[in-house]
Design a protein around this ligand. Structure first.
Ligand SMILES: Cc1ncc(COP(=O)(O)O)c(C=O)c1O
Length: 340
């Protein structure tokens, strides 16, 4: 069975499986003291600059919590979108582990803007109030839209103006890079991002994400905070080997190019059907649409997906590195048949 439910419903890319098997062939140092981890850090540094610090972690929630722990003290607040993964899909991991308050702003197509953020930067210096310290954005957003370089720069200007940091949840950063046609660095470090959660799992890895830090001062305590956050993998080479594979031979780009293209194909197919409304700009590998009444359950049998908004019947259709054109075409044909 294949699904549009999530890009982590997909399996693992065969090249990543091969890399895992190779990493399995011998004994190696633990906790990151191994040759694969050293090589993979260098690879990240090729993309982000030689002085970028890179720490591998298990999952996206862990990457976000470790990233944010570098930037905050327990009396701080983190400003994010109302839809942000840290706000609605990590239970209360950030609040529990950081002690900080998450302050959400109503997003526009998944994005937050300098104007919306500035409204929440209040009572700075007031001992009674949470002190704003981080703006956190998701790239791609939870609506699979993509911030432009200028939009990110504008948020970074606000962060700097108020002595705050900019964090990016890049669980789908490869899809964003392909969508923008830019190097990773152009819309992260060079656009003013301080710390980045770099995703691997949604783009063909089995598990593993990275925390990438662009400021040596912020990186100082990162190793302790990762351990405290229970994100230090003893057999680290099995995360780094996957990233080495993803970042070599353009696998990250091949996978994201494919999943983005599949979402475009799906969008085009759906646009030809009466009473289907595409609700968000299809910038990356997800399509959000309102489907005609009574079609959802039947289609879910064909290719499972989640209803995003029960009130409006807006659904979320995510494409993966292994989504096939035939699967898209079959889904579109089925919906056409149901609406005829
Ligand atoms: C925006 C965003 N951030 C982070 C994550 C990663 O979360 P985790 O690996 O903890 O499930 C996801 C996964 O759904 C996500 O959509």
């Amino acid at each position: 069975m294949k699904a549009f439910a999530s890009d982590n419903y997909s399996g693992v890319h065969p090249e990543v499986i091969d890399a895992l098997l190779k990493a399995n062939a011998e004994h190696m140092g633990s906790y990151g003291n191994d040759a694969i981890t050293a090589r993979t850090k260098k690879l990240f540094q090729k993309f982000f600059g030689e002085d970028a610090e890179v720490l591998f972690v298990y999952n996206g929630t862990g990457a976000n919590v470790v990233s944010l722990s570098l930037l905050t003290k327990s009396f701080n607040s983190i400003i994010c979108s109302d839809l942000a993964h840290i706000n609605v899909d990590e239970s209360t991991a950030p609040e529990r582990l950081l002690g900080c308050k998450l302050v959400d702003v109503p997003s526009i197509h998944g994005k937050i803007t300098p104007e919306l953020v500035e409204q929440k930067i209040i009572r700075v210096g007031d001992q009674h109030h949470p002190q704003p310290k981080v703006i956190s954005i998701s790239q791609t957003t939870e609506y699979a839209t993509v911030y432009s370089v200028d939009e990110i720069k504008a948020l970074s200007v606000v962060a700097k103006k108020h002595n705050m940091y900019l964090h990016m949840d890049g669980s789908r950063i490869s899809n964003a890079a392909v969508s923008l046609g830019k190097e990773f660095r152009a819309f992260t470090r060079d656009a003013g991002v301080d710390v980045l959660s770099f995703g691997g799992t949604k783009n063909g890895m089995m598990f593993g994400e990275a925390v990438v830090i662009f400021n040596a001062e912020l990186a100082k305590d990162a190793y302790y905070l990762r351990k405290q956050g229970m994100q230090l993998h003893s057999k680290m080479r099995f995360i780094s080997a996957q990233f080495e594979c993803l970042l070599s031979n353009d696998l990250w780009k091949r996978n994201a190019t494919h999943s983005n293209a599949m979402a475009k194909r799906l969008e085009q197919g759906l646009r030809g059907i009466p009473n289907v409304k595409i609700t968000q700009s299809v910038d990356a590998n997800g399509v959000f649409a309102i489907l005609p009444h009574g079609t959802t359950e039947v289609l879910q049998q064909e290719m499972f997906f989640y209803v995003w908004n029960e009130q409006t019947n807006e659904v979320r259709l995510m494409c993966s590195f292994d989504t096939k054109e035939e699967e898209i075409d079959r889904f579109v044909a089925k919906l056409k048949e149901l609406t005829r």
